[in-house]
Design a protein around this ligand. Structure first.
Ligand SMILES: [Zn+2]
Length: 168
């Protein structure tokens, strides 16, 4: 994605995201309040208290075509368990007790926080375009960490891992 194209689509996209977060705030719960017992071994108390979860179906997906991002339409048609915007995780109600899915989404929350919305969205879009959804670097990082979480009880510091993998 060219810097010009990104500069044009970023303002409506981030405005849509902020409106979506404001609209969902009344029904958002904190991850901390959801009572998962393994997540506190991997994330700080502060992260779990500041990250919100909204259970909703269908998931809110930005109208990318009207933002000049029509070629990401395949992504809009994708069938996801959840999607993360800034500090809020939107999940289908069927995932409400799925700790692995929460773990995956929390990796994205850390990515959003460390990169900031502009760099997160640019990297995410470039990753989708160059590698496809599953192999895009920000997704691959979340899926790899999720599979480590799901397959072993060995704890690791996720925030530190994301910093290292992003090369920050
Ligand atoms: Zn993901």
């Amino acid at each position: 994605m060219s810097p010009e194209e990104f500069a044009k689509s970023y303002p409506p996209l981030v405005a849509w995201i902020r409106n979506t977060l404001t609209a969902s705030a009344p029904v958002a719960q904190t991850v901390a309040s959801r009572g998962f017992w393994r997540l506190p071994l991997y994330f700080t108390e502060k992260t779990l208290a500041s990250t919100k979860v909204v259970l909703v179906d269908p998931l809110p997906i930005p109208p990318l075509a009207s933002m000049g991002l029509a070629r990401f339409a395949d992504f809009v048609r994708g069938n996801f368990a959840g999607i993360t915007y800034i500090d809020t995780i939107f999940l289908k109600p069927t995932q409400s007790n799925n700790e692995n899915v929460h773990f995956h989404a929390l990796v994205h929350v850390i990515q959003w926080r460390l990169l900031g919305p502009d760099r997160f969205l640019l990297s995410y879009a470039n990753g989708l375009e160059c590698f496809g959804y599953r192999q895009s670097p920000l997704e691959a990082m979340a899926y790899d960490a999720e599979s480590a979480f799901a397959s072993s009880t060995a704890t690791f510091n996720v925030e530190k891992m994301v910093v290292e993998k992003l090369g920050l």
